[in-house]
Ligand binder design. Sequence first.
Ligand code: ADP
Ligand code: 5GP
Length: 185
Amino acid sequence: MRNILFVISGPSGVGKGTIAKLLTERNKNVALSVSCTTRKPRENEIDGVHYFFISREDFKEKIEKDGFLEYSEHFGNFYGTPKEFVENKLLTNDVLLEIDVNGGIAVKEKFEKAILIFILPPSIEELKNRLKSRHSETDEQIAIRIDRLKYELEKEKFYDYSVVNDDLNTAVSEVEEIIEKEKNK
Ligand code: ADP
Ligand code: 5GP
């Protein structure tokens, strides 16, 4: 059975990270890719686990060496999917990328067989609540993330599947069903 590259995207605060963590804990054949970023680590984040936290200079050097499958800038910081890391993981595992909408679309252009999954919030109110309860952004940063929402939701049409993250376990099970279905094709 071939290994598949899966991408999950969706608005900031929708629960992508939470779903990806649970999913990869429950499914050992699905490896979570670790992106590079120039943003500062949040309190509970570990270098090499949540992201590779690198300097702007190192990020630029990696761009020049064609080291990213895709990269983009969000909220003043750079984020990129390390090409070699993903290609190596795909030799032995399915791989899950948790990246933004433009990253997902860029990946599909390079990896036609990648499967794109869009995560939707149950409502905009709930999305705002989740962003606030995460306590990782200031009110101003939350407002910037909400402003981007409409733009991100318009990209849903480029995705192969959509999953609403209302109840967490149900959402994870739905993503698992998509993986199962694609593996059995
Ligand atoms: P993202 O990675 O999409 O930015 P996170 O995974 O960080 O979002 O989730 C944002 C917040 O919402 C976190 O505090 C997380 O615990 C919470 N959360 C995630 N999924 C759910 C859910 N189904 N119901 C309630 N809260 C959730
Ligand atoms: P955060 O700072 O909240 O961890 O992430 C901000 C945004 O960057 C999220 O939408 C997240 O999915 C996106 N992101 C994380 N890693 C990558 C990546 O490698 N490439 C792209 N394009 N976006 C990423």
